[in-house]
Design a protein. Structure first.
Length: 303
C-alpha cells in the first residue's frame, strides 16, 4: 500500500528532528521510503501564539495495515519527545497519515486526513511529491526554507546495463572512456558521496582528486582525502547547500538517497551483463534528455 505522511514540529532543532523522524520511518518493518518533500517553514494553525513550524511530507510503501502503521508513527513521535499537552499546540514532532491509495474510516483513523484540504502547511509539501493532487491553496503564508534544504541538491550518477545493473563481484560492469570523461566533467569541483565498496573501484582505491569526497559508512575509519560519516542524518549535517552534491554509488547508497534526489544522470549501455547489484527504480522521475552514442546513451532524469 502507498501512504503519504505529513511531518511537522516547532520545538527543538526542527530540521534535525524532521530528518531523524524520516530515518525512523524508514526503519519500520516493510516500509520503503519513496519520496521526500522540501522542508517548509509555516505559521502555526489553530493555536497561533506559538513558534513557527517546519513541515514536510513523505511518500512510502508498506505491507503494514493502516492502524499498525499509525501505531508505529505514534511510537516514533513518543521516542522523539512528543508530549501531548494541548490540542494543536507546540510539539517536537507530529506524524500524520494524510493520504493513502484507498480511503480509510474508523474510530482511530480517517484518510484522507479530515483537515488536509484546509491546511496549506500540509498541502504544499504534499503537492510537491504528489503533483497530480487536485487541491486549492488558501493563502500565501507558506515560506519555503531554501537555506536549510541541503538534502535537495542531491544528484545520482551511474553507468548501467539495459537491466540497470551496476556491478558484479564488487567490480563495475563497464569502464567506457566517454562515460568516465562525462563523470569527471559532472563531478569535478563538486561533492561526491559514496560507500566503501565504491571507494574500492576508484583508481588505487583512493578518493578522487578535485572533489570533496564523503564516504558514507557505518564502520568508522579515517581515510586520507575523504570525510567519513556514519549515517544519513550526519551526512545532511555536513553537506553544503551551495555545492552540487553527487551520489556515485554503490547500490545501497543509491537506495538510501534516491528519495532525496532531484536529478539522475545515467549512462545506459546497450548490453545485458551479469550483475549482482542494481540501480534503484527511476519510476518516480521523468526522462528529460537522451543523447545517443555508439553503444550507449547518456540520460538525464528529473523529478
Amino acid at each position: 500500500m502507498i501512504f503519504y505522511v505529513g511531518l511537522g514540529g516547532n520545538l527543538g532543532e526542527r530540521e534535525k528532528i524532521l530528518r531523524r523522524a524520516i530515518e525512523c520511518v524508514k526503519k519500520i518493518p516493510t516500509v520503503k521510503l519513496l519520496r521526500v518533500s522540501s522542508f517548509y517553514e509555516t505559521e502555526p494553525w489553530g493555536v497561533t501564539n506559538q513558534p513557527k513550524f517546519l513541515n514536510a511530507a513523505i511518500k512510502i510503501s508498506t505491507e503494514l495495515e493502516p492502524l499498525n502503521l499509525l501505531d508505529e508513527l505514534q511510537r516514533i513521535e513518543s521516542e522523539l519527545g512528543r508530549i501531548r499537552r494541548e490540542h494543536w499546540g507546540a510539539r517536537t514532532i507530529d506524524l500524520d497519515i494524510l493520504l493513502a491509495d484507498h480511503e480509510i474510516s474508523c474510530e482511530r483513523l480517517t484518510v484522507p486526513h479530515k483537515f488536509l484540504f484546509e491546511r496549506d502547511f500540509a498541502l504544499v509539501p504534499l503537492k510537491e511529491i504528489f503533483p497530480s493532487l487536485e487541491c486549492k491553496f488558501h493563502g500565501d503564508e507558506i515560506l519555503r526554507v531554501k537555506s536549510s534544504l541541503v538534502d535537495f541538491g542531491l544528484k545520482l550518477v551511474a553507468c548501467v546495463d539495459k537491466n540497470f545493473g551496476i556491478g558484479f563481484n564488487g567490480k563495475l560492469l563497464f569502464r567506457i572512456p566517454a562515460d568516465l570523461k562525462n563523470f569527471r566533467a559532472l563531478t569535478f569541483g563538486n561533492t561526491i558521496i559514496f560507500g566503501r565498496k565504491t571507494l574500492a573501484t576508484f583508481p588505487n582505491q583512493q578518493p578522487l582528486d578535485g572533489r570533496r569526497n564523503i564516504l558514507l559508512s557505518h564502520t568508522p575509519q579515517k581515510i586520507s582525502g575523504a570525510e567519513v560519516v556514519g549515517n544519513i542524518e550526519k551526512l545532511f549535517d555536513v553537506l553544503n547547500v551551495a555545492e552540487k552534491n553527487f551520489v556515485v554509488g554503490g547500490a545501497q547508497v543509491f537506495d538510501e538517497l534516491i528519495p532525496y534526489a532531484t536529478e539522475i544522470f545515467l549512462t545506459v549501455v546497450d548490453a545485458e551483463v551479469q550483475a549482482d547489484s542494481f540501480f534503484p527504480s527511476v519510476d518516480e522521475f521523468i526522462l528529460r534528455d537522451v543523447k545517443a552514442c555508439n553503444g550507449f546513451e547518456f540520460r538525464r532524469y528529473t523529478r
